[in-house]
Design a protein around this ligand. Structure first.
Ligand code: GLU
Length: 471
C-alpha cells in the first residue's frame, strides 16, 4: 500500500532563500501536490548564533512569492530540543549510544594516531565501555551513537540509486553535545520521524549525512523515509554556483523583474525534465513530476535561459496582471508614480501592454518600455537620439506632421498608411523616417514601433512632441 506522502522543506535560517533552496522547496512541494499529500516546513534553527528572525522572514517571503505553500505552522527545530535530549538519553539506556568524557587533547591525539595510520580522523571508541560508576563526575559528557562496526549501510535513493556506505568510515559520531544541544544528525532524524515525514528530498550535499542518519533510525527501530538527494546547481561554466552565476536570494530575482511562475518553471528544469518540454504550466509540472525522473548530473544555472522563459511568460500574461506586478515592483524599488507615471496613465499603459509585452524579458524592462507614455514635454533627448535629429530630419518631421495632422481618424492603420505614402512620395526609406521620429516621440532609440507609439500616446501628444523637435 502506498504511504501517505508527507514531504518537508527544512532550511537553516542563516540567510535568504537562495535559488538552490528554492528548488529543493519546489520539488518537495510538487511531489506532495502530485501525491495528494502535504509539504511541511521546518526551520532548522538550532544554531542559535547563526539563525535570525530576519532570515526566517526572508525564507517565508520567498516561498510565498514563489507560491510554495506549506501545511500547518512552520516548525521550529530549536523548540523540540527537550525531545531530542530525551531520545539521546533513551539511546544511552537502550545501549545504542554512550556518554563520552574525552577532552579536546585526547580527541586531537586520536586524530593524530588515525592520521599516522593513514585512516580518516575518527573517534576510537575509548569511552564506549565506561560504566556509570567509573564515569568522571566533574565533566559534562557528550553522547555518541554506537555505530555498528564494519557494516554496510545502504541509502536507497530515488536519484542516486542504492548508495553503499561502510560504517567504518562513519565512527561513533556525537548526537548530543555537552551543553545538551542536539547535533543536526539527531535533530533531523527525530523531527522527521515525529512529523511523519515519508519522503526526504534535499541537496546531495546531505548524502553522507543520510548514511549517519540511517544509523540513528536503525538504533531507534524507526522506518527510514524514502530519500531523493538532488545534485547541486552549478554555474553556467560548470563551477560551483556563486553570486556571479546567480546564487542570489529569491527576492533578488523578484527585484530583477522575474515572474514567480517563470522562476518556478525554470527551477523545475534545473534537475528535472519531461522530454524536451521547456515551458509548462504548474499543473502540468505536478501532473508529470516523478522522483525517479530527477536528473543524476549537476545542472547549470543559465541566466539567458531564465530570461527567455521569463520573456515567454510575460508575453502570455494578461495586461492587468502585468500591470499589478509593475506597480508592486516599482513601489518596492522606490520608484514612485512621479517617476514612472504608471498609475497616472493606467488606461494608456493597459492599452499599450499587448504591444509592449512581447518586447520585454523582465518586468523592469517592461516598465522602461512604458516610459515614453509618461515622458513630459519637451522630452529629454538622449545622446544617441540627438544624432538622429539634424536639420534635414527636422524638416522632414515638420512636413510629415502636416500630413498626420490632416488625418481624421487616429488609428494604427491610418498612421501607418500616412507615413508609408509620405515615404513613397518623398522617396525616403521607411527606416530613415522611423529613427528620427522615434527620437522625437520618445527621446530615445529603443521603443516599440513608431506607429504604435503614436497610436498609444494619441494625436495631440504625438503632434506636440513632433512640433517640439521640428523646425
Ligand atoms: N537544514 C539543512 C540545510 O539547510 C537541510 C537539512 C535536511 O534537509 O535534512 O541544508
Amino acid at each position: 500500500m502506498s504511504k501517505n506522502v508527507i514531504t518537508r522543506f527544512a532550511p537553516s535560517p542563516t540567510g535568504f532563500l537562495h535559488i538552490g533552496g528554492a528548488r529543493t522547496a519546489l520539488f518537495n512541494w510538487v511531489y506532495a501536490k502530485k501525491m495528494g499529500g502535504k509539504m511541511l516546513l521546518r526551520i532548522e534553527d538550532t544554531d542559535r548564533a547563526r539563525s535570525s528572525q530576519d532570515a526566517v522572514d526572508a525564507i517565508l517571503d520567498g516561498m510565498k512569492w514563489l507560491g510554495l505553500n506549506w501545511s500547518g505552522d512552520p516548525v521550529s527545530q530549536f523548540e523540540n530540543k527537550q525531545r531530542h535530549i530525551d531520545i539521546a538519553n533513551q539511546l544511552v539506556k537502550s545501549g545504542h549510544a554512550y556518554k563520552c568524557y574525552c577532552s579536546q587533547d585526547e580527541l586531537s591525539k586520536m586524530r593524530e594516531e588515525a592520521k599516522a595510520k593513514g585512516l580518516p580522523p575518527s573517534y576510537n571508541g575509548l569511552c564506549k565501555e565506561i560504566t556509570a560508576q567509573d564515569s568522571p563526575k566533574d565533566i559534562e559528557p557528550v553522547i555518541r551513537i554506537k555505530t555498528p562496526f564494519e557494516r554496510e549501510i545502504i541509502v536507497k535513493d530515488h536519484v542516486q540509486g542504492d548508495v553503499v556506505f561502510n560504517t567504518k568510515n562513519l565512527d561513533d559520531f556525537i548526537i548530543l553535545r555537552s551543553d545538551k544541544s542536539p547535533t543536526y544528525m539527531l535533530a533531523v532524524v527525530v523531527d522527521d520521524h515525529d512529523m511523519e515525514v515519508s519522503h526526504i528530498i534535499r541537496g546531495d550535499d546531505h548524502l553522507t549525512n543520510a548514511a549517519r542518519q540511517v544509523v540513528i533510525y536503525n538504533a531507534l527501530g524507526w522506518d527510514v523515509p524514502d530519500m531523493a538527494h538532488i545534485p547541486l546547481i552549478h554555474g553556467a561554466d560548470g563551477a560551483k554556483l556563486s553570486k556571479r552565476h546567480g546564487a542570489l536570494g529569491v527576492d533578488a530575482y523578484r527585484k530583477m523583474g522575474y515572474l514567480p511562475a517563470a522562476v518556478r518553471n525554470y527551477l523545475a528544469r534545473l534537475g528535472w525534465s519531461h522530454g524536451d518540454d521547456e515551458i509548462f504550466s504548474t499543473e502540468q509540472m505536478i501532473d508529470w513530476f516523478e522522483l525517479d525522473d530527477l536528473n543524476k548530473g549537476a545542472s547549470r544555472f543559465d541566466f539567458v535561459k531564465l530570461a527567455n522563459i521569463n520573456a515567454q511568460y510575460i508575453r502570455n500574461e494578461k495586461p492587468e496582471y502585468l500591470f499589478s506586478v509593475m506597480l508592486e515592483l516599482t513601489k518596492e524599488l522606490s520608484m514612485d508614480d512621479d517617476l514612472t507615471g504608471l498609475k497616472e496613465n493606467e488606461q494608456t499603459v493597459l492599452n499599450a501592454l499587448p504591444d509592449l509585452q512581447s518586447r520585454a524579458k523582465t518586468i523592469v524592462e517592461l516598465v522602461q518600455l512604458t516610459q515614453f507614455i509618461h515622458a513630459k514635454r519637451p522630452l529629454l533627448i538622449d545622446e544617441k537620439a540627438k544624432e538622429q535629429l539634424n536639420d534635414e530630419s527636422k524638416e522632414m518631421i515638420f512636413s510629415l506632421a502636416k500630413n498626420l495632422d490632416a488625418l481624421t481618424e487616429w488609428s494604427l492603420e491610418e498612421i501607418k498608411t500616412c507615413i508609408k505614402s509620405f515615404a513613397q512620395e518623398k522617396d525616403i526609406k521607411l527606416g530613415k523616417i522611423a529613427q528620427p521620429l522615434r527620437a522625437a516621440l520618445t527621446g530615445g532609440l529603443a521603443s516599440p514601433g513608431v506607429f504604435e507609439v503614436m497610436a498609444i500616446i494619441g494625436k495631440q501628444e504625438s503632434l506636440a512632441r513632433l512640433a517640439d523637435q521640428s523646425c
